[in-house]
Design a protein around this ligand. Structure first.
Ligand code: HAM
Length: 449
């Protein structure tokens, strides 16, 4: 058994705490991957004309019930909802789209923005059964394009997602699946047809789908159970129930996407449905072969009725959200021994006076020279300080001892500079007052090793 760290000891009561199930600390490499995803998101979405929006984590519960649908799994089983101190029924957001539509209407963005293009990133909460790739607090990066029903905007959003995954460094192996769910009216007709087809087969379905037959029949098409899949494979497809306008819209989306010959090819999936009810016409999902059972990397679609149903203008909208943890698991950082950062210097000191000078140099480099500088005030020997430098990813170490302080042309002190990326690397000696110049060159010339 590993020795345990002592926990704080207040008034004689020892208490240990653990994370909640399905909640996670994001540290080290994963934090680096998150950063990379966020940087790619900002760069790509900016290029596509989106601006950032940050909405509250807590919203009125009914916002989600209305948008996502009262019979969906998210609303029925997964929302963290409670009564707050003023007896209002609130919920931690399970997704971003509903909040952004609310914000769009509440802030009159249709008057100020014309076409509103927002991107967002942040935590979402769903009380699902935790398993690999499925968390209760997870993160999404997404975009919402509000104010157009044009099929080219569906294509733009799907293309944007493809570019984003590539620029974030997600390893190859994703597939873009698209389907057309038509309008609510058309879908109602399809649901009736599907129910009729399934009526004589309900007993063959899994227990969940037997319930879904009465509450949310479309989701039966989405069930992973083999018996349900077998039944669903023979069911009528939604496209047969759609009118000419919806069909033409979808053909235009497919045509626009296929004209972008350099992007990942799209695949039509006539049985794809979504777990949120607000979608109309185009829906899409990105799955990745590198993910396990939870293989959805991102998903989205058009939602032409949502803005109006929240009291806003009658305008179309389309968007997507990608799962950040799932993306991060598919990003390979450089291997461990390549992790030293060329932009980082560690200041190692030996002796009282040297420690004071080292502290002042550290502060000077950070504030006046924009150099990433770190130190470990508690490490004793030079060896342990250099070990700390490597652990913290610094490629460069400055070494100052009390002896060095007496040397130099005018007795103003020198320092040794060591390149920690090279084993037994030679040390170079420089005048202490030259440290900012020397480090400016060293840290800025070479890219990260
Ligand atoms: P969604 O399909 O519910 O869509 O979620 C989008 C992505 O979030 C999923 O593909 C998955 O990568 C990730 N995700 C969802 N649940 C979990 C979980 N429990 N643990 C880890 N990752 C998860 C939406 O949320 C829509 N708002 C997307 C959208 C935007 N549609 C239009 N605009």
């Amino acid at each position: 058994m590993e020795a345990r760290e002592a926990v704080p000891f207040f008034f004689g009561v020892r208490m240990e705490f653990k994370r909640l199930r399905g909640f996670k600390d994001i540290t080290s490499d994963e934090a680096q991957r998150f950063l990379r995803i966020e940087e790619a998101a900002r760069a790509v979405f900016e290029r596509f004309g989106y601006e950032e929006i940050r909405t509250p984590l807590l919203e009125p519960k009914d916002l989600f019930t209305r948008a996502i649908g009262g019979e969906t799994d998210i609303v029925q089983k997964e929302m963290y909802e409670f009564e707050d101190r003023s007896n209002e029924r609130v919920a931690l957001r399970p997704e971003g789209t509903a909040s952004i539509v609310r914000a769009f209407i509440e802030n009159d963005f249709d008057k100020t923005h014309g076409l509103a293009k927002f991107f967002y990133m942040g935590p979402m909460f769903r009380s699902e059964r935790p398993q690999a790739g499925r968390l209760r607090q997870f993160h999404q990066v997404g975009v919402e394009l509000i104010g157009t029903a044009n099929p080219l905007s569906d294509a733009e959003v799907i293309h944007c997602l493809d570019v984003f995954l590539r620029e974030a460094g997600v390893q190859n192996g994703w597939e873009i699946r698209v389907n057309n769910l038509g309008t609510f009216q058309e879908r109602a007709g399809y649901k009736a047809k599907l129910s009729e087809f399934l009526a004589s087969k309900v007993s063959k379905l899994c227990a969940d789908c037997q319930k879904r037959y009465h509450t949310n029949v479309l989701r039966i098409l989405d069930c992973k159970n083999d018996a349900c899949r077998e039944v669903a494979r023979r069911a009528p497809v939604v496209s047969e129930s759609l009118g000419a306008e919806s069909q033409a819209h979808f053909q235009d989306v497919l045509g626009a996407l296929r004209s972008l010959v350099w992007m990942t090819p799209i695949k039509e999936d006539p049985y794809m449905v979504r777990g949120l009810d607000y979608y109309t016409k185009t829906v899409f999902e990105i799955v990745h072969e590198g993910l396990g059972a939870q293989d959805a990397l991102a998903a989205g679609g058009r939602y032409d009725s949502l803005v109006e149903s929240f009291g806003g203008p009658k305008i179309g909208a389309v968007g997507f959200a990608a799962g950040v943890e799932r993306m991060a698991s598919l990003i390979h950082l450089k291997p461990d021994n390549d992790k030293l950062r060329s932009d980082t210097v560690f200041i190692a000191t030996l002796g009282q006076e040297a420690r004071k000078r080292g502290f002042s140099l550290l502060s000077n480099l950070r504030e006046n020279h924009q150099i990433r500088a770190i130190a470990d005030f508690d490490s004793g020997s030079l060896k342990s300080q250099l070990r700390a430098a490597i652990k913290n990813g610094a490629r460069w170490a400055i070494i100052i001892g009390d002896d060095e302080l007496k040397k130099g042309k005018e007795g103003t002190g020198v320092f040794q500079l060591k390149d920690l990326s090279v084993e037994r690397g030679i040390q170079e000696e420089y005048e202490l007052h030259d440290a900012p110049n020397v480090l400016n060159k060293k840290t800025k010339i070479v890219e990260n090793v």
